[in-house]
Ligand binder design. Structure first.
Ligand code: HEM
Ligand SMILES: [Cu+2]
Length: 632
C-alpha cells in the first residue's frame, strides 16, 4: 500500500537546512572521515607491514568508509530501515512534495532523481573537462613545462577516471530514471529508495576521487593496474574506494531498471511496442548488473593487498598482476558498451521523430543491441594482446571482437533506413543525433585496427588509442547525451532551450571535436606515446593545433551552460506539451509532469514510431475508458 508524506506547514527558509539533507550529510561525512581515520590509526599501530611505509592506508580507507556512512546517514538513508525494524508500516514514497528542497535530499520521485543526476554528474563532468584543458596546456610544448611528469600522470588519471565514472550513468542516470517509467506507463521505479541511493553514491565517489590530490595522486591511469596500483601512494586508496562506489551504484541501477522494465509495463505495451530507448536501457542494465560486481571484486582485492597485507596481485608472494588485468577488463569491456548502448537507444529514438517516418528495422535494432550485450562478455582479452597472453588465444579474441561490428552495423542500417526519403527537420537534437553516427563511424572503424592483432601491436600505447576511444566515448556518448538534453529537457524543466545558442553549441562542438581528435590518429602513427607529458619535438605543430582546437571545444561547453542559465533562469519560455510532435508516451502527459505521472495507468494501443502510417491509432489511451455495464 502507498502512503504519502503530509504537506508540511510553511516555515522560514533557513529551517529547511536542519534535518536530513545534503548539508547535514556533508557535515556528518566530514565528521565520519576524522573518526574513521582515527580508528584506522589505532588499528594500524604495531602492524609492521604498515610501519614500513610512510603512509597509513588503513586510516585513510577507514576514513572514507566512516565518511560514507555519515553522508548516507545525514541524507536519511538509515531512517527507513530503522523504522521498519521498530515495526512501523512499510511505505513506498519519501519527501516527494518538498518543493525545491527535494533536490537536496533522499527523494523517491524518479523525476527528481533524474534531475539530481543531470546536475550532479554534470558538475563532476565539468571538472573532468577542466583537467583535460590543463593537460592540453602542458602538451603545447614537447618538453616538461607546467607539471612534472608525475603530476601530469596524476592529472591524466584523474581526468580519465572522473570521465569514465561520471559518464557511466550519463544517460541512464538523468534520462533513464526520468523517462523509463513514463515511457512504459508506470508511476515509479521498482525500487524507489534504491534509485535514490544510486544517485547519492555519486557525489561521494566524485569527492573521494578528487581527494587523491591530497594523498600523492594516482599513477596508474583509469585502469588501476597492479602491481603499481598496490604500490602507489595513498591516492590509490581514493581511486579504489571511489570506483567501488560507482561500481555499486551501477549494479543497483542495472537491477532496478531491469526489474522495472520487466515487471511494470502498462497493459498493451508488448515487447515489440517497447520504445527503442527502453531496449537500449534494458541491454545496458544487463551489462551493469553482470559486469559492475566484477569491478567491485577486483578493486576489493587490490584494496586488501594495500591495507590488509594480502597478495592477490603481488607476484612476490604468489599472486598475479595478470589476474587483475583479466578481472578489470572483464568489467572494462562491457563498460565501454555501458557507455555506448544508451547512445544507440537515444539516437534511434530521436531519428524517427525528426524524419517523420517509422523506425526502419525495429527488430533488427533490438537484435543488434542484444547481440552487442551478449558478445561484449567474450572479447575482454583484446586489451591484453600485448600483455603476455597465451598467443594461441589471440585469434579467438580477434574474431569475437571483429564480430561485434556486425550487431553494431545493424544500428547504422536502422539509421540509414529511417533517414531514407524522410522529411528531415534539422533541429538541435537531430543535429546531435546525426553527428553521433558520423563520429561513431570513425571511432568504430579505428577500432578495427585495434582488434586486429598485428596492427594493435604497433598502435597500442600510442595516441591512436587515445583518438579511438575519444571518438567513441566523446563523439558517441557525449553527443548522444546532448541530443537527449535538447530533446527532453523541455519536458523535464517545462521551459524551452534557446535554439540559436543550441545551434552555436552544436557546430562549435562538432567541428572542434573533430579538429581536436582526428589529428591524434596521425600523432599515434607517428609514435606519440600515451600518458607522458613529453613527445618528439617534430610533433609540436600538430599538438599545438590540437590544443588550440581543444580550447575551443572546451568553450563550447560554456555556451551550453550559458544557454541553460539563460533559458532556465531568465527567459523561461514555457514549453509546449509535445513540442516535437512525438508519438512517444512520455510526451502525452502534461508539462510539468504530475507527481503520479498518469491519472490512471494508460493502455497502450500501438508502437511509438508509426509516423505517417495510415490509420495508426494514438500510442495510448490515457483518459478514462468506458467500462461496459455488468451483463452487457
Ligand atoms: C575537451 C574534451 C577532451 C579533451 C581535450 C581530452 C583530452 C585528453 C588527454 C590529453 C588525455 C591524456 C592523453 C595521455 O597523455 O595519454 C586524455 C585521456 C583520457 N580521456 Fe580525455 N579528453 C576530453 C574529453 C574526454 C571525455 C568526454 C571522456 C570520457 C567521457 C574522456 C576520457 C578519457 C580517458 C578514459 C582517458 C585515458 C586515461 C588513461 O589513459 O588512463 N576524455 N584525454
Ligand atoms: Cu574492449
Amino acid at each position: 500500500m502507498t502512503t504519502y508524506a503530509a504537506e508540511r506547514p510553511l516555515q522560514p527558509a533557513w529551517r529547511g537546512l536542519i534535518g536530513f539533507n545534503m548539508f547535514t550529510a556533508l557535515a556528518l561525512g566530514a565528521g565520519g572521515w576524522f573518526l574513521g581515520a582515527w580508528i584506522g590509526g589505532q588499528i594500524a599501530v604495531g602492524n609492521d607491514y604498515l610501519i614500513a611505509t610512510d603512509q597509513n592506508d588503513v586510516g585513510i580507507l577507514m576514513g572514507y568508509l566512516f565518511g560514507l556512512i555519515g553522508w548516507l546517514g545525514g541524507l536519511g538513508f538509515f531512517n527507513y530501515p530503522v523504522s521498519r525494524l521498530l515495526g512501523r508500516p512499510a511505505t513506498v514514497r519519501e519527501k516527494e512534495s518538498g518543493g525545491a528542497a527535494r533536490y537536496f535530499t533522499l527523494c523517491t520521485d524518479h523525476k527528481v532523481v533524474g534531475i539530481q543526476y543531470f546536475f550532479g554528474v554534470g558538475i563532476f563532468f565539468f571538472i573532468g573537462g577542466l583537467n583535460a584543458m590543463l593537460m592540453r596546456t602542458e602538451l603545447l610544448r614537447p618538453v616538461e613545462r607546467a607539471w612534472p611528469a608525475g603530476q601530469y600522470l596524476s592529472l591524466m588519471s584523474l581526468h580519465g577516471t572522473m570521465m569514465i565514472m561520471m559518464t557511466s550513468a550519463f544517460i541512464l542516470g538523468p534520462f533513464g530514471n526520468y523517462f523509463v517509467p513514463l515511457m512504459i506507463g508506470a508511476r515509479r521505479m521498482a525500487f524507489p529508495r534504491i534509485e535514490a541511493l544510486t544517485f547519492w553514491l555519486v557525489p561521494p565517489a566524485g569527492l573521494i576521487l578528487l581527494s587523491a590530490i591530497a594523498f600523492g595522486g594516482i599513477p596508474t591511469g583509469w585502469t588501476g593496474y597492479a602491481p603499481l596500483g598496490t604500490e602507489g601512494r595513498s591516492g590509490m586508496d581514493a581511486y579504489i574506494f571511489a570506483f567501488m562506489l560507482i561500481g555499486l551504484s551501477l549494479t543497483l541501477t542495472g537491477i532496478n531498471l531491469l526489474t522495472t522494465i520487466l515487471t511494470m509495463r502498462a497493459p498493451g505495451l508488448t515487447w515489440t511496442r517497447l520504445p527503442i530507448f527502453v531496449w537500449g536501457v534494458l541491454s545496458t542494465s544487463i551489462l551493469m548488473a553482470l559486469a559492475a560486481p566484477v569491478l567491485i571484486a577486483a578493486l576489493l582485492m587490490e584494496l586488501m593487498d594495500r591495507a590488509a597485507n594480502t597478495s592477490f596481485y603481488l607476484t612476490s608472494s604468489g599472486g598475479s598482476p595478470y589476474l587483475y588485468e583479466n578481472l578489470f577488463w572483464f568489467f572494462g569491456h562491457p563498460e565501454v558498451y555501458i557507455l555506448a548502448l544508451p547512445g544507440f537507444g537515444i539516437v534511434l529514438e530521436i531519428l524517427p521523430v525528426f524524419a517523420r517516418k517509422p523506425l526502419w528495422g525495429y527488430k533488427l535494432a533490438v537484435a543488434g543491441m542484444l547481440g552487442v550485450t551478449f558478445l561484449s562478455f567474450m572479447v575482454w582479452q583484446h586489451h591484453l594482446f600485448v600483455s603476455g597472453m597465451n598467443s594461441g588465444l589471440r585469434p579467438f579474441y580477434m574474431l569475437t571482437t571483429e564480430l561485434i561490428s556486425i550487431p553494431t552495423g545493424f544500428i547504422f542500417l536502422n539509421a540509414m533506413g529511417t533517414l531514407w526519403h524522410g522529411r528531415i527537420r534539422f533541429t538541435v537534437p537531430m543535429l546531435f543525433a546525426l553527428a553521433f553516427f558520423f563520429n561513431f563511424l570513425i571511432g568504430g572503424l579505428s577500432g578495427i585496427f585495434l582488434s586486429d592483432v598485428p596492427s594493435d601491436v604497433t598502435t597500442h600505447g600510442s595516441y591512436f588509442v587515445m583518438a579511438h576511444f575519444h571518438y567513441t566515448i566523446m563523439g558517441g556518448l557525449v553527443f548522444a547525451f546532448f541530443a537527449a538534453v535538447y530533446y527532453w529537457l523541455p519536458k523535464m524543466t517545462g521551459v524551452v532551450l534557446n535554439e540559436r545558442l543550441g545551434k552555436i553549441h552544436f557546430w562549435l562542438m562538432f567541428v572542434f571535436f573533430n579538429l581536436t581528435f582526428f589529428p591524434l590518429f596521425a600523432a599515434g602513427f607517428l609514435d606519440m606515446p600515451r600518458r607522458v607529458s613529453t613527445y618528439a619535438p617534430s610533433l609540436q605543430t600538430l599538438n599545438d593545433f590540437v590544443s588550440a582546437s581543444a580550447f575551443v571545444l572546451g568553450s563550447s561547453m560554456l555556451i551550453f551552460i550559458a544557454n541553460l542559465i539563460y533559458s532556465l533562469v531568465f527567459a523561461r519560455i514555457p514549453a509546449a506539451e509535445n513540442p516535437w510532435a512525438s508519438r512517444g508516451l512520455e510526451w502525452q502527459v502534461p508539462t510539468p509532469v504530475p507527481l503520479e505521472n498518469f491519472e490512471r495507468i494508460p493502455i497502450v494501443n500501438s508502437g511509438p514510431y508509426e509516423y505517417g502510417v495510415e490509420g495508426a491509432p494514438p500510442t495510448a489511451t490515457l483518459g478514462p475508458v468506458a467500462v461496459p455495464a455488468a451483463g452487457s
